[in-house]
Ligand binder design. Sequence first.
Ligand code: HAM
Length: 418
Amino acid sequence: MEFRSIKGTYDVLPNDADRWQRVETHVRGFITRAGYSEIRTPAFEKTELFTLSVGEDSDVVSKEMYSWTDQGGTDLTLKPEYTASVMRSYIQHNLGAQSPLTKLYYLDNLFRRERPQKGRYRQFRQYGIEAIGSPHPEQDAEIIAIAYELLIELGIKDITLKLNSIGSPECRNEYRQALKDFLQPHLDKLSEISRKRFDSNPLRIFDTKIDFEIALLQDAPTITSFLTPDDANHFNEVQTYLEVLGVPFTLDTALVRGLDYYTRTTFEIISGNLGAQDALCGGGRYDKLVETLGGKPTPAVGFAAGLERILIAMNEVDIDQKIQADKIYLIGLGDAVRPTMLKILGEARKAGLNMEFDSLRRSVKSQMREANKIGASLAIILGDKELKDKSVQIKDLKNGQQESISIDSIISYIQGLN
Ligand code: HAM
């Protein structure tokens, strides 16, 4: 029997792991500099946590969760998203008592049983941040700016930030009715799934991918005209602050998002390079979730981004040039040079340089081939003659130029190149 990875999952092989690590390190650095601290929660939670937060009739809960009843009779689910789990932990450990504003981030695996395709997997990786405690629009703007700037810093071009406000629950009831009144005459022409949504959660009809329905919805009443004065002020301020922050956005009244906990601001950033699964990240405000889960009323806002999609989008723009640290390959020739070679290697590593060497005792030609294969930008060559002169040849593999420098100056020479 031949075992293979499960449909919708994938192995990260050594060739690719390097890219993953570089992007993840970059993401962590960026978010940490913005003052967010990491939180890690378990891979599975009680199923009810997601039913309550994400919503019983959302696609995620109704179709996509990996759920089971364990030997003790408890209903459990592999986390399909992180926000509910973070809120559970926030309430359980009373994090709000430590500070009126709790700023958290995560980077972890999630599980959704969706139909696999490019950019959509059954185990995928997300990073996200949650700012818990502030109801104010500047907090929404900061979250959105972080989501946007991080993608720009990663070198991803051709992105669009879509922004909407779905208001507070009060105005949404009124809007839901207006939307139903508008759709009622067309009900028999709607798809089965939209007809179901008409009864359970009409706003979700905006998630449709059917051309006829998209065209029909263009004439539907928009949520923005139903916002309460407070909701509308909040939304205007979010837009003003985004302009001040220099973050370009497009208003999209159809952006309702697929998870039930949102209130007021919702946003998504999409990429022009991704095909059907074009959302790189999504988020918004969720002012009622903490109390829904049994905590004190606490406003919050956050987002999450899918790392696979980011890596795909980055491929299109050849990010490697942007954040790859230069690799150096150390080529040794002959038995006598070995101790010196290892000494150079040790010093280079202590200095934080990216140096590799050959432990197979291959020919200079093979070692040079290896240097090129790993994409090294410099080769350092140490043979018997160099050893005698206390020197090395240092070759720039991009332009082929080679020069001799003293062994003692290797580190400062390389550091001087950057
Ligand atoms: P979401 O829109 O469900 O939001 O997911 C956020 C991002 O995760 C998506 O934009 C996409 O890049 C990625 N993603 C989702 N499903 C998959 C999949 N099957 N395969 C690959 N990537 C995927 C949330 O999860 C919310 N918790 C975000 C949030 C945080 N809202 C407030 N705080």
